[in-house]
Design a protein around this ligand. Structure first.
Ligand SMILES: Nc1ncnc2c1ncn2[C@@H]1O[C@H](COP(=O)(O)OP(=O)(O)O)[C@@H](O)[C@H]1O
Ligand SMILES: [Mg+2]
Length: 373
């Protein structure tokens, strides 16, 4: 029993300084420039933006700027927005359990501030014309400046204070591709919002806002069809069938918080015909209540709907949107919110399976693709 020499030296238990807590949290939220892009675009969408412009330099490593025309932030609340666990989106457990916004954890801006130089330029609608405010994240200095309603968040020199992390970044080209993919995922969920991406002064992608023709019973499917053609190419749509399940519902019409009873489970979107399948699963977009997710239940259900018509390892293409009552899905599973947990995953599996299978089996216009018998 003479083991004490292998015990580690006793160190006092101390609370970590705030800065370090934020840096640790940032490790979970911000892996690369694309993570910052995702968080900032989430915020812009939550603020009701109709046009979002992303400007990048050096693959986002030198600069990420996201400009929106949303609600803006009040001058007095601006410093709070950069604090940890500060959010306008939830206030209690009940609201957490039925959260309907992209953000709710109140940690993105604080995390980003701890690993980059951040400034926020913003103006709310009720501020007099031209009365915006510029907040420097590092110094906390607040200055009046002119701008239209909305917010621009600028993030410079990502990971400048954590060089070890910076070394993990890939080439500028690779980081840029990830940034574009992050915006693309948002764009596929929000046809009514216009997006533009600039890199080193050049426009690299632009998807104009699609105004749904509300006179049409299929307004949301039509708008989505146009956005999908714009983002993924006409081929995608030419070789896809519309998914809308159950048949007696109209996709996209439930107000996010209608308040009158639970929201019905609904699956809609577009599924590629078997001929459009690819070798890699790189065109499988799945959304839950407008949030891009990577979810085994949905992926498996979608693949199973192709079982009889796709053989081997061919990967179907699709953009599928699951609308579900927010109380039946937990989005607070992972800091990046890319994973969700369903209260009843069988129900979701069956819905996705039936929705896609039904769409593939339905007779369709003869001009595009071949359907299985
Ligand atoms: N682009 C924006 N427009 C308006 N308000 C914003 C914007 N970005 C951030 N905010 C405000 O700052 C708060 C903190 O943002 P964030 O750290 O991303 O946390 P969360 O999005 O989880 O609330 C938000 O709750 C919101 O009130
Ligand atoms: Mg956020």
């Amino acid at each position: 029993m003479n083991a004490p020499d292998i015990l580690p030296a006793r160190r006092p238990i101390r609370e970590l300084p705030d800065e370090l807590i934020s840096q640790i949290a940032a490790g979970e939220v911000v892996e690369r420039p694309a993570s910052v892009v995702r968080e900032l675009v989430d915020n812009a969408l939550d603020a009701g933006a109709r046009q979002i412009t992303v400007r990048l330099q050096a693959g986002g490593i030198r600069l990420i700027s996201v400009e929106d025309d949303g609600s803006g932030i009040l001058r007095d609340e601006l410093p709070t927005a950069l604090k940890r666990h500060a959010t306008s989106k939830i206030a209690n457990l009940h609201e957490l359990e039925s959260v309907d916004t992209m953000g709710f954890r109140g940690e993105a801006l604080a995390a980003i501030c701890s690993i980059a130089e951040v400034s926020v330029l913003t103006r709310t609608a009720d501020a007099p014309e031209g009365h915006g405010w510029l907040l420097d994240g590092r110094s906390g200095e607040l200055q009046p400046t002119a701008r239209a309603r909305g917010t621009t968040v600028e993030v410079r020199e990502l990971f400048f204070s954590t060089p070890a992390r910076r070394k993990f970044l890939k080439s500028e080209g690779t980081e840029l591709a990830h940034c574009i993919e992050a915006v693309r995922r948002h764009a596929l969920a929000r046809p009514e919002v216009g997006f533009a991406i600039w890199h080193d002064g050049k426009l690299v992608a632009q998807w104009r806002a699609v105004t749904p023709d509300l006179a049409s019973g299929e307004a949301h499917l039509d708008a989505l069809r146009r956005r999908l053609a714009d983002v993924l190419g006409e081929d995608f749509i030419a070789q896809a069938v519309a998914v809308s399940w159950p048949a007696d519902t109209v996709p996209g019409t439930a107000a996010p918080s209608a308040g009158d009873g639970p929201r019905r489970l609904r699956v809609w979107g577009f599924a590629g015909v078997p001929d459009a399948a690819r070798a890699r699963p790189d065109r499988q977009f799945a959304y839950v209540n407008g949030r891009f997710v990577r979810d085994k239940v949905i992926t498996h259900a979608a693949r199973s709907a192709y079982e009889d018509v796709l053989h081997g390892h061919s990967q179907p293409v699709y953009a599928l949107y699951v609308d579900i009552d927010p109380t039946r899905v937990d989005v607070n599973v992972h800091p990046t919110k890319i994973e969700v947990r369903f209260r009843d995953s069988r129900e979701v599996h069956q819905a996705v399976h039936h929705a896609v299978e039904g769409a593939l089996a339905a007779p369709r216009a003869p001009q595009a693709g071949q359907m299985p018998a």
